[in-house]
Structure formats: C-alpha cells, structure tokens
Design a protein. Structure first.
Length: 71
C-alpha cells in the first residue's frame, strides 16, 4: 500500500514539474520576444519575480523526486 502511495505522489510531483517547466519555457519566450521599449522597463520584474522562482521550484521538485526514487 505504501509503495502505491509513493508512486502516486511521484506521478503527481512529476506532473507538477512538467507544468512548471512549461511555464518557465513560455515565460522565457515572452521575455525574449518582448519589444525593446518594454524590455528595458519590465524585464527585471518577470525575470526576478517570476522566472527565477519557477526555475528554483523545478530544481526543488527534481531533488524531491530523486530522494523519493532512492527510498
């Protein structure tokens, strides 16, 4: 029973990780394609308040998944 529960948790975390990776990719594309006038005004905000935190959560989920797989 515990193994099934751990597998369910891992599948859910993997889905969350995939969604976060997709969000990072989309946000990166938006930032890179931003008009130069907007880029100078808004780039630090999406970069520091959105993309970096999302990337750190992806890394955290990868670590958590590795720990669960090892146990």
């Amino acid at each position: 029973m515990a193994i099934v529960l751990i597998e369910e948790v891992m599948m859910g975390l993997d889905e969350i990780k995939a969604s976060l990776e997709q969000a990072v990719t989309i946000l990166t594309d938006i930032i890179e394609e931003m008009h130069p006038d907007l880029e100078t005004r808004f780039t630090p905000v999406p970069e520091t308040s959105l993309r970096h935190p999302l990337q750190s959560r992806v890394s955290l989920l990868e670590h958590l998944l590795e720990e669960l797989a090892a146990s």
